[in-house]
Design a protein. Structure first.
Length: 137
């Protein structure tokens, strides 16, 4: 049996999303919760990561999700591309002009449970990083 927080300490997820600036209204926050966690590409990395306790580099705090994903994935990213940040994954949902405009946050990726797929994801990320560094002068 799990212990529950005292009533004064309990917060609804939609209220937390609104309070922390991750949704512009409670109605929008409720819609996000129902649809899964999806954020606009202009949300700052520092705000999102702090809200969910996700580790990030301090230099990335002022970057938007769209800028961060473009930096990590390159301008050829497509919907469905993922970037792992500690215990979560950022998932590109929509792209306009090479920048992610909607980004999903998955708290636990189901396919990451399989060691073979974890290895393939890491290999893919390594290959992308290698080619990205070779493209830059």
């Amino acid at each position: 049996m799990t212990k529950s927080a005292p009533p004064a300490k309990k917060r609804r997820v939609d209220q937390l999303l609104t309070k922390r600036g991750l949704a512009e209204s409670r109605a929008r926050a409720q819609a996000l919760v129902m649809a899964g966690l999806v954020f606009a590409g202009d949300v700052k990395m520092g705000v999102l990561c702090s809200a969910y306790g996700v580790p990030f580099e301090p230099l990335d705090a002022q970057k938007t999700l769209g800028e961060f994903l473009a930096m990590r994935l390159g301008m050829d990213a497509v919907p469905g591309d993922r970037v792992r940040l500690g215990p979560v994954e950022l998932v590109v949902n929509e792209i306009q002009k090479g920048i992610a405009t909607k980004v999903g946050l998955e708290l636990e990726a189901p396919d990451e449970r399989l060691p073979v797929l974890r290895f393939l994801h890491r290999l893919r990320d390594t290959i992308r990083k290698t080619f990205k560094t070779r493209k830059q002068p």
